[in-house]
Write a protein that binds this ligand. Structure first.
Ligand code: 2BA
Length: 107
């Protein structure tokens, strides 16, 4: 069994959850915040049997689209020369971690 931790953009969450529910994946949704943009994103925790991992990854890939976001970087610290001009960053589709599960119990 694997535990998939997928950091996705909030915009993609409703459609992704709908797709995952249709295919009977078990999902826990966590509100999270990106360290760089310091804005909200969503982390989905999905426990999945090994033989369903490929199907799960295909759904995430299909639904989560990369987007461009314009941000103004934060100053590094006191005394830093800071020029607050906006930069464009590409966010997503999804950042996905796949972890081996040692034990899975429901009590
Ligand atoms: P954020 O940390 O808010 O990053 C948002 C986007 O900003 C990133 O998109 C990337 O395109 C850009 N970015 C991040 N750090 C940067 C830097 N030092 N310089 C320039 N641009 C930078 P993604 O790579 O698609 O990441 C989306 C979100 O996934 C991240 O939001 C973070 O919440 C999570 N994430 C990404 N890599 C991670 C990692 N190695 N460990 C844990 N979470 C991660």
């Amino acid at each position: 069994m694997k535990l998939v931790m997928a950091v996705v953009q909030d915009n993609d969450v409703p459609k992704l959850l709908e797709n995952l529910m249709q295919k009977n994946f078990g999902v826990t949704k966590l509100a999270s915040t990106g360290g760089f943009l310091k804005s909200g994103n969503t982390t989905l925790m999905i426990g999945v049997q090994d033989d369903k991992l490929h199907e799960l990854m295909e759904i995430i890939e299909k639904v989560c689209k990369p987007r461009k976001q314009v941000v103004t970087p934060f100053p590094g610290g006191p005394g830093d020369a800071y020029v607050p001009y906006p930069i464009e960053v590409k966010v997503g589709g999804a950042t996905v971690f796949v972890l081996n599960v040692e034990r899975f119990v429901k009590i």
